[in-house]
Design a protein around this ligand. Structure first.
Ligand code: IPM
Ligand code: MG
Length: 372
């Protein structure tokens, strides 16, 4: 029996459009293979392209499609073209609405160093070779969404800006469980990063993670680390980490740092997951590359599609339980890198510089060979 899976593709802006096109290649490949699953694909606009067409960063109709889909594959949003649009309609608002309205609270950001790329890292090979970290970033709370969030003009004409860092114990509890669950399938170690030395949210974060550890995951090793120290330790000795669980803003920063250690921001995927549905057990999910829309190279066929393709592999694994297929895609990526194919962002001497679609086609070719 064939199961139908609804995929919503939201390419967005800039290189998102080019990298999602390479994912479509793989979807077509899996659909053509007599597989247990068939992907029914819809597309819609998000970000600046949605603003140009509809005056908003994402329409209600697109939100409804996203809520209905089994998984959303997202490209990237933003670019200088939309620098002047009203704040509530800026391209990023589309992504933030998806995260918030679908309650995608758990953002999984793996930082894996492909052996072939160890020399492309800004750190020494021995520090990053074999690196495999999972950053679990809380995605629907904290300073991104806390109210008040405003700029007010004071009586003397000067201004005051406020963002609010806000966490409930419930929000911390549920993200901590995700981190412990993941650690059990990996290196069985969690670092919880916060700033309890200056922030009340840090104190609560620390307490709740400690409680969840005691009652839910005493078998997993837990260490608390201050977020600034975590940033430093990532550069000093990244392989000491297995799973890092942290809040929305620290997670944003630490995941960029971890991503770059693997050679390029163009390599890393992410998954944003909701809570399992009480009836079906299925989680709402959005998969996106960690990188942005890279306006400087957009439309030129130069972008690295690997992060977006690897995001699709995460969808296969986390939304559809297609573990074997996910591994095949990841293996195909590793093989193409072993063969010396490189987009500009990961180019090294002696390697072959290829464009976006050449890279996508090569990965598809390897996938075909591996699946044969
Ligand atoms: C990310 C991005 C987003 C964020 C932006 C585009 C709003 O940097 O996904 O890491 O800050 O969360
Ligand atoms: Mg970011």
């Amino acid at each position: 029996m064939t199961t139908h899976a609804a995929l919503l593709l939201l390419p967005g802006d800039g290189i998102g459009i080019e990298t999602i096109a390479e994912v479509e290649r793989l979807i077509a490949f899996f659909n053509a293979k007599s597989n247990a699953i068939k992907f029914d694909v819809e597309r819609d606009l998000v970000g600046g392209s949605a603003y140009d067409a509809h005056g908003v960063a994402i329409t209600d109709a697109a939100m409804a499609k996203a809520a209905k889909a089994d998984a959303v594959i997202f490209g990237a949003v933003g670019g200088p073209k939309w620098d002047k649009v009203p704040y509530e309609h800026r391209p990023e608002a589309g992504l933030l609405r998806l995260r918030k309205d679908l309650d995608l609270f758990a953002n999984l950001r793996p930082a894996i160093c492909y052996p072939a790329l160890a020399d492309a890292s800004s750190l020494k090979r021995e520090l990053v070779e074999g690196l495999d970290i999972m950053i679990v970033r809380e995605l629907t709370g904290g300073v991104y969404f806390g109210e008040p969030k405003e700029i007010v003009t004071l009586e003397d004409g000067s201004k005051r800006a406020v963002d609010t860092q806000l966490y409930t114990s419930r929000e911390i509890d549920r993200i901590a469980r995700v981190a412990f669950d993941l650690a059990r399938k990996r290196g069985n170690k969690v670092h919880s990063a916060e700033k309890r030395n200056v922030m009340k949210t840090g104190i609560l974060w620390n307490q709740v993670v400690t409680d969840v550890h005691r009652s839910y995951a005493p078998d997993v090793a837990l260490e608390h680390i201050l977020a600034d120290n975590c940033a430093m330790q990532l550069i000093r000795n990244p392989k000491q980490f297995d799973v890092i669980v942290t809040d929305n803003l620290f997670g944003d920063v630490l995941s960029d740092e971890a991503a770059m250690m693997t050679g390029s921001l163009g390599m890393l995927p992410s998954a944003s997951l909701g809570a399992p549905d009480a009836k079906t057990g299925r989680r709402k999910a959005l998969y996106e590359p960690v990188h942005g829309s890279a306006p400087d190279i957009a439309g030129k066929g130069l972008a690295n599609p690997i992060a977006t393709i690897a995001s699709f592999a995460m969808a296969l694994r986390y939304s559809f339980d297609l573990i074997k297929e996910a591994e095949l895609v990841e293996k195909a990526i590793a093989r193409v890198l072993d063969q010396g194919l490189r987009t500009g962002d990961i180019m090294q001497a002696g390697m072959k510089n290829v464009g976006t679609s050449e890279m996508g086609a090569a990965i598809e070719g390897e996938l075909r060979a591996l699946a044969a």
